[in-house]
Design a protein around this ligand. Structure first.
Ligand code: SF4
Ligand code: SF4
Length: 368
């Protein structure tokens, strides 16, 4: 049987703005079913790397916080620390970045608790015994919460084709060690014919793994953590994904980590995706490129796989922007993620998620 995915577009109604529509959407999709009075409710989101403007606006988050409180829940906002250096790699920098991006208490009306503690080592091991992940390391604040509401900015992603709910949960709630486990086996390689030796990749490499030798970038694979940052910053496209089947394995691990996070949240998790500012890359970068499609809307479901599939279909059904990182597949119905990252199979996360029992790819889109 198909799972229900509720959807609302970006047009305001008469006397109803987009926050009002979001509230109506999540109520219709049954957010109240996962919240009991006095539940500690983790609201997982990405606060955005400072400089990036594509992350979910705090205004939407405030409305979700108010809805949770109206059902008796006690919400807190959360995310885990990053693997790469950036401005969110420990809880102090992370909180400062969140505040700079507008997630102040006066705005969002909820405290922020970084899920894996001040240095990324406050995690809980969850045994899953799946194909690639046996025990997952997930942020303790989320593990210990009674309920989980996942707010996801749906967009492209350089490692997995798209970044959606599974990425937000599986990678986003993993502790630093968990992130490392998911990235291991992933790597980049230098196409020497395109490398101009500018050194940008070395400057941004969080692992200190790149050296410029004889005017070409050289990667030390003992130091590479597989984060993919060099792919994005290289101005000539000289950095390439090393093995595409490794990208598949990262996607599968993300799905398996999602399974671990949701293991103790049966009937206590709810998922909302914001299909707007559909930028080509992760919000972990300190800037965001123009969207690849027009703003589409907001979608909510209790089934993360159905939601993910619906969001991907909505993006692919939209017309692509010519002046974007999209190089092909501009027509409605053409695969935008293949147009962005031809070598990556974006469906792997969703397929594997369905195989391990996270949800159902068949969905019914209920427009409200
Ligand atoms: S993927 Fe690239 S940026 Fe990341 S650690 Fe490896 S070489 Fe450095
Ligand atoms: S950023 Fe690209 S072009 Fe510049 S040194 Fe690195 S691989 Fe070469």
């Amino acid at each position: 049987m198909a799972s229900k995915v509720y959807f609302t577009d970006m047009h305001p109604g008469y006397g109803e703005n987009l926050m009002d529509k979001l509230e109506r959407l999540v109520k219709k999709a049954g957010i109240n079913d996962v919240i009991e009075k006095n539940d500690l409710v983790a609201v997982k989101l990405h606060f955005g790397e400072p400089g990036n403007l594509a992350y979910i606006r705090p205004n939407y988050v405030q409305r979700i916080v108010r809805v949770i409180k109206s059902f008796g829940g006690k919400p807190f906002l959360t995310d885990s620390n990053t693997l790469y250096i950036g401005k969110r790699s420990n809880a102090v920098d992370h909180l400062n970045s969140a505040i700079k991006n507008g997630f102040t208490y006066s705005m969002v009306e909820a405290p922020i608790i970084i899920a894996d503690g001040i240095r990324g080592d406050s995690y809980t091991e969850v045994e899953v015994n799946l194909e690639l992940v046996k025990k997952a390391m997930i942020g303790s604040a989320v593990y210990n919460a009674d309920a989980l509401i996942v707010l996801t900015h749906f967009k492209g992603h350089e490692l997995t084709g798209f970044g959606g709910t599974l990425k937000n949960i599986g990678m986003g709630i993993a502790s630093r060690g968990g992130k490392l486990e998911q990235h291991s086996g992933m790597g980049t390689k230098v196409n020497e014919s395109k490398c101009i030796g500018c050194g940008t990749c070395a400057k941004f490499c969080p692992g200190g793994a790149i050296e410029i030798m004889s005017s070409k970038a050289v990667i030390d694979y003992d130091e590479c953590i597989g984060c993919g940052e060099c792919l994005v910053v290289c101005p000539t496209g000289a950095m390439e994904v090393k093995e595409y089947d490794s990208a598949d394995r990262v996607a599968m691990k993300i799905a398996e980590y999602t399974y671990a996070v949701l293991k103790n949240k049966k009937d206590k998790a709810f998922f909302v995706s914001f299909i707007m500012n559909v930028s080509p890359y992760c919000d972990c970068y300190s800037s965001n490129d123009v969207p690849i499609v027009p703003d589409i809307g907001m979608a909510a479901s209790k089934d993360p796989i159905a939601l993910e599939q619906a969001c991907a279909d909505l993006v692919n059904d939209a017309p692509g922007y010519k002046d974007s990182q999209l190089k092909t597949n501009f027509e409605p119905g053409e695969d935008k993620f293949k147009g962005l990252f031809p070598g990556i199979d974006w469906e792997t996360q969703i397929k594997h998620g369905e195989e391990i029992g996270l949800g159902n790819r068949k969905y019914e889109l209920v427009r409200i």
